[in-house]
Ligand binder design. Structure first.
Ligand code: IDP
Length: 164
């Protein structure tokens, strides 16, 4: 089948996407619709209220930043919608859909992006997306535990330690 040949050359990739707390329900629904309209498969969807500890672990790369405690406050303020998105080139495509971190920049350079349309400010910027495949895999393991055993999942899969 032609389609199988194509997916051999462009293997599916997973990314972790998060709709952050305090996103109004109508924005959340629009984001979910748009994700599907862009051809992503929503492989998992889970509403999670992060504990402080979990939020600190989730954003541990930023623990030295001046905004770290505000970021942690924000992330555990209410339920997060945690998603595994699956598509060829998912990591990069979801980052493009989100737009730049700062919505004022997003409005200039990527007015169609989710952050340009929905983010309040550089902190409360509505969505998260893994920045590379390694991070995607780590955060997926962290949030969901080990994802399905399908062999086409993120290429770093084989040597990865199982989740705790
Ligand atoms: P990203 O989410 O676009 O990858 P990162 O630099 O990884 O951006 O930052 C993680 C999150 O930390 C951002 O999404 C945003 O919520 C918050 N953040 C980043 N930079 C700032 C800042 O300068 N002030 C306040 N919050 C920030």
């Amino acid at each position: 089948e032609a389609e199988n040949e194509i997916s051999f050359f462009f293997p599916k990739e997973h990314t972790l996407a998060v709709i952050k707390p305090d996103t109004p329900e109508e924005h959340r629904e629009e984001i979910l619709k748009e994700i599907q309209a862009r051809g992503f498969t929503i492989s998992q969807l889970q509403e999670t209220v992060l504990s402080r500890e979990m939020a600190e672990e989730f954003y541990k790369e930023h623990q030295e930043k001046p905004f770290f405690s505000q970021l942690v406050d924000y992330m555990c303020r209410g339920p997060c919608t945690m998603l595994i998105l699956t598509k060829e080139n998912a990591v990069e495509e979801w980052r493009a859909m989100m737009g730049p971190t700062d919505p004022s920049k997003a409005k200039e350079t990527a007015p169609e992006s989710l952050r340009a349309r929905f983010a309040k400010d550089i902190l409360e910027n509505t969505v998260h997306g893994s920045s590379n495949k390694q991070h995607a895999q780590e955060k997926i393991h962290f949030v969901f535990g080990e994802i399905s055993s399908e062999s086409e999942v993120v290429s770093a899969g084989e040597d990865e330690e199982p989740p705790p």
